[in-house]
Structures are given as C-alpha cells and as structure tokens.
Design a protein. Structure first.
Length: 369
C-alpha cells in the first residue's frame, strides 16, 4: 500500500466543507445565517406564497377571456375579466384603421424590424443589402400606412389610434430627434456666435416649455406659422413637436458626453493635423455617443411614454382607446384590467429599449478589465 508523503508546507489544500459552497451554501449564508434571519425568510416566503397565489389566480386561473359584458364575466368566475380587452383588441392595436386594410400595418411593422436590424446590430449578415432597405423603408411605410398611391386607398389620420399610433409617433420621434440633437449639441459647442446662440435659444425654449403646451400649439396654432396654403395633418404636427422636444434633451445629454472627453484627445487630433470635422467624426463624436448611451436611451424611453399625452388633443392612443372602452356600459368598472393591459405594453416596449442599451454598452466597452 502506497502512502503519499509531503514535505512540510507542501500539503495540498483541502476542499471546503460542502455546506459552505454552492447553492446550499448561498442559502445558508444569506437566508438562514441566524435565528432572526431565518424567521424573516420564512415569513417572507409565506407572504409571497399567498400573494403570488392570489395574483396568479386573479390573472390567469380564475380569469375570463371570452364574454359579452362585465355581468357575464362575473357569472362565469371572479377573476380578471380580460374579455374587455379581447373584444376590442383590434381597436387597441390599430385604432379605427379600416379592418380590410390592416394587413398594410402588419407588413409595415414587419418591415420596421427588418429596417432597424442592420442599424442596431452591426455584425448582422448581409448588412449592406439591408441598409439599402433601411434607407427606403420610411418611404415604403408612408405609402403603405397613408395610402393614396399605387392603388392603395387613402386612410385619414383621424382613424389612426391604439398601439399603432404610439409606435408611429414614438419611433418617428426617436429616429428624427437623434440627428437633430447631435447637431444642436455641436452647435452649442461651436465657436461661431450665431450658431451657438441659436442652438442655446432653441434648447432652452424647448426645455422650458411643457410638452403638453407644445402639443396644444401644434394642434391649433402651428399652421399659422406656415406659408399660405400649407396644411399639415395634426399627426404630422404632433410628430414635429415631439421630435423638437426630445432633440433638445438629447442635445444636452450628448453635450455632457462631449465635455467628458479629456482635453488631450483634442490636442492629439491637432498634432495629427485633423481639422474640426475630422476631429468630430473620428474622435469626439464616437466617444461622446458611447458615453451618452444611458442618457440617450433614457430620453427615448421618456419620449415613448410621453406619447400618451396626445389624448388631450383628441388623438386616441392606447389610453384613449381604454377610456372609450370603459365608457361602454357593458364594460363599465373594468378599469384595472384595461389599464394593466396598456401598462404591460409600455413596460415591455421600454424594457426592450433598456436591455438593448445594456447590450450596446457592453459591446462598446473598451475599458481594461
């Protein structure tokens, strides 16, 4: 029988006790490390059990998904009456867009994901081909949604509503406000007095006036500032105001990113003989955009949620559709179900933007680890 012998001081480390590592060790350390901690853990588990049991029962197990009225829902079960949503799901998604033409909205939304894919994911295969599609997509989307060309029937803007209206205003405002915000940030940093003054005045005015005031101006007064004969639809005017309002905040976020760049970066650019635009394109702006990603996405999320304010000027966004649904006597009193459904839509949309922001930050992170 061979017995291994070790020199003094060369004994191998013994494995840690099984109760101090792994899942069991984590539970013992964090949840049952003492008597008081154990009691709090057991109390919390008990409360969560009853809370989750009630929520799951109300949301799913005892819920009613098909009924013609609130009274019929209550006769079937006492859970959530999701029938108020299922009966009006078309209005929640498309507003009052003609049912026979809703396929155009479906194709547009599918094309929107294809158009954004090469912009959001630079490593995507066939990216150059998809970039061409991204460039012409706004024109295709306008022709499909608005109609009036190539045999498509024209749909008036007052029929737009629901989640479709929110996505149109939100996405258009986000896409258009970013380049305007970059231009305003550079203008505010400009050495040209006229450019700097105009940029500062625009930014401070837009930040100093409430958005709801700008929406009222867009709905009633904006046409007075246009050339004679010009008549923008209210949806276009609202998108313009949302874009300008968001651009002012994005400009300040990007300006903060520009000011965070060390002075040595500019000195290195001067030493290499780069002019202003080369320095901005290759050195200043890429670093400022990377630094500003959290703030930019935060502004985008705020803009997306602010689209609910259009209800005060007569546009039926999801909240407007929700209020119209609750005005029906058959569904009166089901505000919890209706507003939870709308809240879930906004939560998932904003969560997607937030998660993409985190992914982009990690991808562009060049710090030493």
């Amino acid at each position: 029988m061979n017995i291994e012998t070790y020199k003094p001081g060369s004994y191998p480390d013994l494995p840690p006790p099984s109760g101090t590592v792994g899942f069991y060790g984590w539970i013992k350390k964090n949840l049952f490390s003492s008597l008081s901690n154990s009691l709090l853990t057991l109390l919390s588990v008990t409360l969560l059990y009853f809370l989750i049991d009630g929520i799951v029962g109300w949301f799913f197990l005892d819920a009613v998904f098909d009924a013609d009225s609130k009274i019929e829902c209550r006769k079937i079960d006492n859970g959530a009456c999701w029938a108020v949503v299922s009966r009006r799901i078309g209005q929640f998604v498309y507003g009052f867009y003609p049912e026979a033409e809703r396929w155009r909205i479906d194709i547009t939304f599918f094309g929107m994901f294809l158009a954004f894919a090469p912009l959001l994911y630079p490593d995507l295969p066939k990216r150059k081909f998809l970039l061409w599609f991204s460039g012409i997509f706004p024109i295709l989307a306008f022709l499909l949604i608005n109609g009036g060309y190539f045999g498509f029937s024209k749909v008036e803007y007052n029929l737009f509503g629901g989640f479709m209206l929110t996505v149109i205003i939100g996405i258009t405002g986000i896409v258009c406000s970013l380049p305007i915000g970059i231009a305003l940030a550079l203008g505010r940093q400009s050495k040209l007095t006229v450019v700097r003054t105009l940029s500062v005045c625009f930014i401070e005015f837009m930040r100093g006036v409430p958005l709801i005031t700008l929406l009222f101006v867009a709905s009633s007064m904006l046409n007075y500032f246009m050339p004679p004969g010009t008549n923008f639809s209210i949806l276009v005017r609202v998108i313009i105001m949302f874009t300008f309002f968001s651009a002012a905040y994005i400009a300040e976020v990007i300006r903060g990113g520009i000011q965070a760049i060390p002075k040595g970066q500019y000195e290195a650019a001067d030493a290499l003989g780069l002019n202003y635009w080369q320095t901005t394109r290759f050195i200043t702006l890429p670093q400022a955009m990377k630094i500003s990603i959290p703030g930019i996405v935060n502004t985008f999320i705020g803009l997306y949620k602010d689209t609910t304010l259009v209800v005060v000027i007569g546009l039926l966004d999801p909240l407007g559709i929700a209020r119209a649904s609750l005005a029906d006597t058959k569904w009166n009193g089901l505000s919890i179900e209706v507003y939870l459904f709308v809240a879930l839509f906004f939560f998932l949309s904003c969560l997607a933007m937030s998660r993409y922001s985190l992914w982009l930050e990690k991808k562009l992170n060049t710090d030493h680890k």
